[in-house]
Design a binder for this molecule. Structure first.
Ligand SMILES: [Zn+2]
Length: 342
């Protein structure tokens, strides 16, 4: 088992926090990693870039507003800090007709349900929850806990458990958008999780089809019957070809400060859950996913995200180190392991 102490003995970049165990990493004489060196120029242009994306979103919203019979935007809503803040932004800055959709993976913390209830009510948005049966989720999570069914580029950014779960979320949200003719799909990716370049992007049906096939193939190993119902039916690619929405993740180009976000969310009666690990504000499975990933790959599945935010000056380096390298959530790990019967 990889302990946090093992992790502390690993050399990490002097600027961000990527470890020497991160695949493909190299360091210069000053101990700065190749990612920091490459990003330096791009980061200088970040303020202008963010401004241009805010204008781009204004434009897009002007184009789509009130065009759809029901909603302007569907938001993938976990009840966590980032998606709650995204919901608030879209509601208060743009006054959109929003449908918030959550995915109950059977590991959502009970405090998170309270947060979902409070935030959707206070923001006056419609809300639906989607919950597959426990046996299906158990199979998917047990499998991804034991083996990496995804290619390495994916696993650099998230654990296999997280990737499987998010894959289903993305699929279900898109499916709902197509069925309800909703032109925008919003995600609460943090500025470290997803690059600004993809922050406003029209979905590409053939690319979606490829991703769906890959995920279906990976998950087929569970032998769960009927997983097809969570994916985009083949007919949608022709029947709804003009309905493919824009994906947006606004936190990439709005000011992002964790303390301020929490403060603002408090006004909506959102509270920091005390029953989750340090990298998630809604999921009780996350710590176990991190643990399995760390054991297999010797780098933390959140290190890419947090390193990006350290580089952007959004997260203090010491705080980043603390999030990734100092703490063990052994109780949370055991809780999930026990429930999955592993
Ligand atoms: Zn670095």
């Amino acid at each position: 088992m990889t302990s946090s102490n093992d992790q502390l003995n690993i050399n990490i970049c002097k600027k961000c926090i990527l470890p020497e165990t991160f695949p493909g990493i190299s360091f210069n004489d000053q101990g700065i990693c190749n990612h920091c060196q490459r990003e330096e120029k791009r980061l200088e242009k970040m303020p202008e870039k963010k401004e241009s994306y805010r204008q781009k979103l204004d434009q897009l919203i002007a184009e789509i507003r009130d065009k759809s019979p029901a909603y302007d935007v569907i938001t993938a809503y976990s009840g966590g800090k980032d998606s709650s803040y995204t919901l608030k932004l879209l509601r208060e800055n743009y006054d959109l007709r929003i449908l918030a959709m959550s995915f109950d993976n059977h590991f959502v913390s009970s405090l998170s349900w309270d947060n979902i209830y409070n935030v959707t009510n206070k923001l006056d948005v419609d809300y639906i929850n989607f919950r597959p049966p426990w046996l299906i989720m158990k199979k998917i999570f047990s499998m991804t806990a034991r083996e990496d069914i995804f290619p390495m580029p994916t696993l650099l950014r998230a654990s296999a458990i997280c990737t499987a779960c998010i894959g289903l979320v993305k699929s279900l949200v898109l499916k709902t958008a197509l069925e309800m003719e909703i032109p925008l799909v919003a995600f609460g990716w943090s500025p470290g999780q997803a690059p600004i370049q993809s922050a406003i992007m029209k979905t590409n049906p053939s690319l979606i089809r490829q991703n769906q096939l890959a995920l279906k193939k990976a998950l087929a190993l569970t032998n769960s019957r009927g997983l097809d119902r969570y994916f985009i039916p083949e007919t949608y690619y022709t029947n709804y070809k003009d309905r493919f929405p824009y994906n947006i993740h606004p936190l990439a180009f709005f000011d992002y400060n964790e303390d301020q976000i929490v403060q603002q969310l408090n006004t909506l009666d959102w509270r920091i859950p005390t029953d989750t690990d340090t990298n998630s504000t809604n999921c009780l499975l996350n710590a176990f996913g991190n643990h399995c990933h760390l054991e297999r790959h010797r780098f933390h599945p959140y290190v890419w995200e947090i390193a990006n935010m350290v580089r952007q000056g959004i997260v203090d380096r010491e705080e980043g180190i603390d999030k990734i390298y100092s703490r063990q959530d052994q109780k949370m790990v055991e809780y999930a392991r026990k429930r999955l019967g592993l």
